[in-house]
Write a protein that binds this ligand. Structure first.
Ligand SMILES: [Fe+2]
Ligand SMILES: [Fe+2]
Length: 192
């Protein structure tokens, strides 16, 4: 696994711009720390963290072309907001290009932008690591979210989803219905 991670890291350094590569390493190590805190598999967390944005820096036209070529169906939301495509395309490339066979890792990459109701442990770890890794500095709730992620993943998800949706609304950005569904799910979970 170590060697595998080193090889993939080398390949990604060429695929991603500097900032995205730094973010990627931040997510990998943050995911590792969260895996330690919550008894998740460390190798899976690091691999998923390392690869979660592997398709992020592909130019938009090429993203569409790759999806067409490999019969990856895009939602209306993804067609309108091509930046969302990197999750689905990333899961595909993790499998085809980087040789990942672990379905849990592929799934965590697939759902890392929108989340989904009833996420698995690895899904939650990657979603939250992506939000709060050390290079992130924009979200206003980071001081609260960071320690919370180590204590209560579901409560951290509820807070992050709530704040993300608020941010999108306030900035007139489009909201993926799946993110709303995910938020509703974790909100209910906390109320139950
Ligand atoms: Fe991403
Ligand atoms: Fe990311």
């Amino acid at each position: 696994m170590k060697q595998n991670l080193t090889d993939i890291k080398k390949a990604l350094k060429k695929e991603l711009d500097k900032e995205r590569f730094e973010h990627t390493l931040g997510v990998m190590y943050t995911a590792a720390a969260l895996a330690m805190a919550h008894g998740a598999n460390l190798d899976q967390a690091m691999l998923a963290g390392l690869l979660h944005d592997c398709a992020k820096c592909i130019p938009t036209e090429e993203k569409f072309a790759l999806c067409k070529k490999h019969q990856i169906t895009l939602t209306e939301m993804e067609q309108k907001n091509p930046s969302l495509i990197h999750a689905k395309l990333g899961a595909f490339l993790a499998k085809k290009k980087y040789g990942v066979r672990d379905e849990a890792v592929l799934h965590a990459i697939l759902v890392h932008t929108t989340g989904e109701p009833g996420m698995g442990l690895l899904d939650k770890i990657i979603y939250l690591a992506d939000y709060m890794e050390p290079n992130r500095d924009k979200a206003s709730d980071l001081d609260e979210v960071r320690p919370l992620c180590f204590k209560d993943l579901d409560e951290a998800l509820r807070m992050v989803l709530r704040d993300t949706l608020t941010y999108l609304k306030e900035n007139d950005k489009e909201i993926d219905p799946l993110s709303v569904e995910t938020y509703e799910y974790y909100k209910k979970l906390k109320e139950a």
